[in-house]
Design a binder for this molecule. Sequence first.
Ligand code: ZN
Length: 186
Amino acid sequence: MLKRLLLVGMLCIPVAAWAFFKPVRVIAPELAGVSCINDTLCTDDVSRFQEVAKLYDEALHFVGSSVGSIENKPRVIFCSTDACFQSFGFKKQAGANIGIFGIAISPRAWQPYYVRHEMIHHLQNEKLGMIKAWREPQWFMEGMAYSLSEDPRAKLSEPFEQYRSQFENWYNRVGKDRLWTEARNL
Ligand SMILES: [Zn+2]
């Protein structure tokens, strides 16, 4: 019983804490002055609808064909201003992923490879489960996102450059077919 109570406690605390954390707004972006064009696409600048729809579709197809198929299409919020992005509780990142709930894209990240990067994080959460994904080594999570999004930067800032080459060495050894099975053993 005590064990059971402890387990319930352990499961509830992060959820309760998370509920007060700003990224909860990714689930209800209307609260942050963002309009959702459909279930999966939101922006604070609806005049750029075609641009965001194109970025979304390109990333979804790219990740689906070159990394793995996404089961539930993620909700992506494209912020055209820093104020919008910061209202979700983020600052320096180009984009941010809240488990499988949604993705927020900052004004500087309206680029195909950034959107793909965040969709890869979404896929990691789907394939591995949020808890396992959270416990995976950073070289795997970030290295994979930088590498398989085909980020064009020849040299990334550290530690991401190191993560990317570590992932690429691992991936060459493991191969695409065994990617997720091997990832679960990391
Ligand atoms: Zn990342």
